[in-house]
Design a protein around this ligand. Sequence first.
Ligand code: ADP
Length: 494
Amino acid sequence: MVRVPKRFESVPAAAAAAAQQSNAPAFESSSVHHVTVLRSSLSVAADEPTLHPRHWSDADVQKAVESGSLKFFDLENQLGDFERAVRLRRKVVESRTTRSLDMLPYQHYDYAKVHGQCAENVIGYVPIPVGVAGPLVVDGVEYHIPLATTEGALVASTTRGCKAISMSGGARTEVLNDGISRAPVLRVPSIKVASQIRTFVEQNFDEVANVFNSTSRFARLLDIKTFIAGRLVYLRFRCSTGDAMGMNMVSKGVDKCLEMLSGKFPLEVLGLSGNVCTDKKPSAINWIEGRGKSVCAEAIIKADVVRDVLKTSADALVTLNHAKNLVGSAVAGSIGGNNAHAANLVTAAFLATGQDPAQNVESSNCLTIIEKMDNGDVYFSVNMPCLEVGTVGGGTILPGQAACLEMLGVKGSNAETPGKNAQQLARIIASTVMAGELSLMSAISAGHLIKSHLKLNRKPGAANGVHHANGTATNGAAKAANGANGAHRTNGAH
Ligand code: ADP
């Protein structure tokens, strides 16, 4: 039996209605419904007046949540006050866990942007430090890149890479492909029907595309690849999605197309996602076919910059890249892991700019290539076939994340060419990854050089401190070898 807060039990109906009206706007459409629900769940007679929960005391709200008459997840709607909902939910959690949430901040946050879009059952937010790397010249424009991270040395190391790239003329980028994918799994009676579906979508692509495109102003179907396994059919739809990362949009379009196909073939949709998409899981298909933005960045690092800024040599970089990123990753059976630590930069940039952090699984796929040029300069490139980013939707609307997008000049929808902001973000992230790769690869190779140098010079004792010079050095010599004020201490461990 649920307790009705006492002092409201006999409030006249007119007073209750007036009190509701006084506080109305944001949640008014749902309030009538909720009062009704409460009435019945409290077993209050139909004509007995009850004040809306938004007028209850904190203690009464808490008790009602505990008893189940107010839903834990629904406090925002019931109370009509986001911060109060969060504060009271924290109290419930504290009482259930008997642990304090004092150190988890919750005030001064725009929960209106979170509600219904970014998270449920909200009890606060976790602040992550945001460092700035750069300046980094990308296609002739200078950027300061926000990186949300708790990995010490990452920002400093990347900044050194930015410096080396910018001093050498900057990064150049290309977006080779742009399309998010969704692959539903269908079960059909036989391989014959499976084959007929494949033929149909191939021969009637325009008809399918019209259905797909009708679901959005921005989503445009690019192609459908069919995979058949027994009587299971996977249709990998790929579409452009303007400035959105596009998962919601592509799912909506696919759903509509499946409706159409269901009218033509005997099929059962087992799942709107059949994992051939592939979202948030490692897979070769993204690495080969691409997903989101397929982007690459390159730079030619001048020989004197390699020597003076990166404290290494072209030969050492090339040798290490071959042994580590190419052969080492092959020995490990890696897919998409032909890099030193792309995930570090992708994740830090994703967190700062409101991307879906779980998509770093595939977005961090990266092939790092290093060559020595005839004149001694170093050719460096990163190739990222499945970088999934957007500048509208998801977490990009949250204030801090939007500020970071704004800092890069890519916030929101691109008014002239929808999709250009998201592509630009991909170019900037790929270039930042390149800066990270360059600096870390230099640190590791320099560590090796210094170690050999000390060994050859037979300086007893000195080598002790540089055993970890592959990035984990702690002594002064190794720090100097690694470049920027010992900043590569932890960073070389990847
Ligand atoms: P996602 O598909 O990445 O999950 P959302 O569905 O959350 O993204 O956000 C995309 C929404 O933003 C759509 O409703 C779309 O109509 C709108 N939108 C506004 N401007 C753009 C733009 N330039 N590109 C893509 N979508 C846009």
